[in-house]
Design a protein around this ligand. Sequence first.
Ligand code: SF4
Length: 497
Amino acid sequence: MNKKVFDRKRKDFRQFRDYDYYDQSKGKYFLMPFNFHRINKNREVLINEIGDFIFAPVGTYETIVKRELSKEKHPELYQDLVSNHFISEEIYSPNIDLIATRFRTKKLFLDRFTSLHIFVISLRCEHTCAYCQVSRVTQNKEKYDMSLVSIDKGIEFMMKSPNPNVTMEFQGGEALLAFDNIKYAIKKAQEFAPIYGKSINYVICTNLALINEEILEYCKINQVLISTSLDGPKYVHDKNRNKPNCSSYDLTIRGIELSREILGHDKVSALMTTSSHSLNYPVEIVNEYFEQGFSGIFLRNISPYGFALRTEKNRYETEVFLHFYKKALNRIIQINKEGHFFTEDFSKIILTKILTPFNIPYVDLQSPAGLINGVVVFNYDGAVYATDESRMLAEQKDFSFRLGHLLENKYEEIIYGLKSRRIAQVWTNESLAGCSECAFRVYCGADPVHNWATQGDMYGYRPSSAFCNKNMEVIRYLLTLMDSDDETRDILESWIK
Ligand code: SF4
């Protein structure tokens, strides 16, 4: 390349400055690794590698990085930065071991490995929900139930997890259509648990249409929790969750009441899914959960996978969901201001990451990602998937995240196989372009399945990623709320106590 062309091209790029500019020994303090995000036009937040944060006026980051901060002129900020490990007065921070311990604590979930084992006990269902995330088949097709031999192998697999505390979750279709198989599975797991030193939590995910006293008495004796779906008030729930010839809402509410009566109030949880129809009712949906006696709600957007998006009406933009989310969150904060404890559970997970040294093992917000590390799914036909979302892709003949088969592969072949290793190359947000320099990285996660399903490759491209756009805006909004006034900050902090 001739010199003229080279010089012209150089001007088009940002260039490294002279060595002097980067020479830290000239400053009065040394920079530790941290990043920043402008949360609104006046304020920015500085966040370090272990999730400590400091709110500051816009421009503070630049002042610090240029080493123009002075102990005399900014005594309070200077002290905050030293004590929170953003800057150090010595070239090697004396707190480096403490920081390493804090970092290990954030990644502690890796120590124990897979906890959640989902058994898709049957694909049969008696509902015909508008957004159903998997294909469903009619009640009569027995061949869509998990076989006893697959159940045995799934339990064997679960016993091999290094985690002493595992959760065995039964999903469908409608899981209660195969209640005899659930009883078989729980009995088997109970026999194996003491041999392998496992403590097992049992959860049945059900729409509650088939629940009765006999089933609940069984759940009580065997300490089985119930997880159900409630999408909001009757006019929202019944539109989303269609049950031919009757009201799904009425059955769900009756089922929640009966379950609470027999199992106890806190043994029944509910999840909502935000359909396009739900988007019009953020306040009403929150009010429904509050009035039904729940202590919180998890505001979930529709998954961009599987049958859910077959119909155009189930598609909506991330911005539209975020608008819904903020309206609902503001209503929840209002309920707290009126003197009631009521949480938004997605925010609660992020707030735990922001405000404590710990990291809630929530599959969708982990790095390394929650798939395989936190969850595996055994489909009704014995196939093993990395996550529930992976099997939704498989229902549309995309087997990219099918790790193996219970009857054909050993535990080691599935967990350490080629597919798992390929996924592992892109499941850490610390090493993904866009995420690696993002200030919110420590509060966020990585999701190769989402990247694959929405962008066509597991690595993903952050600027147009719905996963990124949603998480970044929710985290920014929560930080803005925390920075806005003491009453709101106290409310948000009370959710994690
Ligand atoms: S996904 Fe987006 S918000 Fe999350 S760490 Fe990556 S760049 Fe940041």
